[in-house]
Ligand binder design. Structure first.
Ligand code: RRO
Length: 290
């Protein structure tokens, strides 16, 4: 059993927000378990958004860049349609809803709308999306704004709160401390790092957006550094995210101080990654208990 932000989880392996659409995954996996101990949704904004132009994904040395740009149906359709269908797909698994906005009041409004909605086990405040011009990371790169948004959401809902931060900041410990001061129960470390793939013929971004978020194994040392620094400084639950693709890489983040880990990019290659790591982490059953 893993206790994360007050949630009792069967094991310490989650999916990273935006990397496992439970509804679409059912088409691939059938009735096989998705495997995450808690299912984290794609970040939802107050209003519907089309997302960024394609291409949205590019391979880079050992990892991936994305510029998805937060496409989504908006909170009303999420609550009425996406969330109930997601719950059907994940069964009894707790659902953590990732929320994002352009302003502190957007987060407050989303938290108020989600408070009391059946099946919402916790909220993750995405303060770290690299693919948006205003909001998310512009709030999460600033200590005072991070404190304010967490405090306002904390005052709006009693749901457990996770705050997801970017590795592309100057002082992640100060930002995590602000989240904790504001009432966060856990921090998620980290989102993708700001990156770029460039076309030599045009000098422009390979992706449809002006930059991208770097994920996969190249993110691993950044995530480890963030988790370790925050663990040394603060007594807060941490979800470690960055290049987890095996038992060994999950174990590294747990050893650095993470309470749980989340798998992102690796699920694109193998959608059973979460289940495999969770099974490998499970304590062996003793001969007497068999
Ligand atoms: O949608 C995205 O482009 C995106 C998001 Br919301 C995020 O949090 N992190 C990321 O790498 N991409």
């Amino acid at each position: 059993m893993t206790l994360l932000a007050g949630l009792r989880l069967d094991h310490p392996v989650l999916n990273a927000s935006g990397t496992l659409d439970a509804i679409a995954a059912r088409d691939v996996l059938g009735d096989a378990t998705l495997g995450a101990a808690a299912h984290v949704t794609k970040t939802i904004f107050p209003d519907a958004r089309p997302g960024n132009p394609s291409p949205r994904i590019a391979e880079t040395a050992g990892g991936m860049l994305n510029s998805i740009g937060l496409p989504g149906p908006g909170i009303a359709a999420f609550i009425d349609d996406v969330l109930p269908r997601t719950r059907t797909c994940v069964g009894v698994t707790p659902v953590i809803v990732s929320i994002g906005g352009e302003s502190v009041s957007d987060y407050e409004r989303l938290a108020a709308l989600l408070d009391g909605v059946p099946g919402v086990a916790a909220l993750e405040l995405n303060l770290s999306c690299p693919n948006i011009e205003s909001g998310c990371i512009s709030i999460g790169a600033d200590v005072a704004e991070t404190l304010l948004v967490t405090r306002r959401v904390r005052a709006t809902t009693a749901l457990p709160l996770l705050v997801k931060l970017s590795p592309s900041v100057s002082d992640i410990v100060a930002l995590a401390a602000a989240a904790v001061d504001g009432g966060a129960d856990a921090v998620t470390l980290t989102n993708t790092a700001r990156g770029l793939a460039v076309r030599v013929d045009t000098g422009r971004s390979v992706l449809g957006g002006p930059g991208g978020g770097l994920s996969g194994p190249p993110l691993r040392p950044l995530a480890l550094a963030a988790v370790y620094a925050v663990r040394v400084a603060l007594g807060v639950d941490i979800v470690g995210v960055g290049g987890v693709d095996s038992l060994a890489t999950a174990a590294e983040l747990l050893a650095a101080g993470a309470t749980a880990v989340a798998v992102g990019t690796a699920t694109f290659r193998d959608p059973t990654t979460i289940s495999r790591i969770a099974a490998a982490l499970a304590p062996p059953t003793s001969i007497e208990a068999r």
